[in-house]
Design a protein around this ligand. Structure first.
Ligand code: ZN
Length: 130
């Protein structure tokens, strides 16, 4: 997965992840959900932004199977990367794991689960739900 280093805008997001909590931002001006974290609302330009905790529930918007990974992840292939539309109306990219025999396709309902990544850092992943 692409690595995002904490910065002043994302520190609350990463604090959440380290507590198995998926956080996103909500603009108090236009009520848009915001992800990835930033200090200015991309929809209306307001800096009046607050943090919310996501249900971690959503649907797959798009997904692809990775067969050729960066060297660091070469032992993981194949793996599935997806864009997920969360119920709170924001979109994020993550990996789909623990799907077993379940179908992984556009529109599939998923929920967040937190697992250690290859570096032992807790990260959000998603798994299909029925
Ligand atoms: Zn706004």
């Amino acid at each position: 997965m692409p690595e995002e280093l904490p910065d002043p805008d994302s520190i609350h997001y990463w604090d959440g992840v380290s507590n198995s909590e998926l956080r996103y931002q909500l603009c108090n001006g236009c009520k848009s959900s915001i992800f990835y974290p930033r200090s200015i609302c991309p929809a209306c330009g307001s800096s009046d932004i607050c943090w919310k905790v996501s249900s971690g529930l959503g649907k797959i918007y798009a997904c692809t199977t990775v067969y050729r990974a960066p060297p660091k992840y070469k032992d993981k292939v194949p793996y599935i990367v997806a864009l997920i539309d969360l119920d709170e109306d924001y979109r994020m990219m993550s990996e789909i794991i623990n799907f077993g025999e379940k179908d992984v396709s556009v529109g599939k309902q998923v929920k967040v689960i937190f697992r250690d990544d290859i570096d032992g850092k807790l990260m959000p992943y998603f798994t299909p739900i029925d």
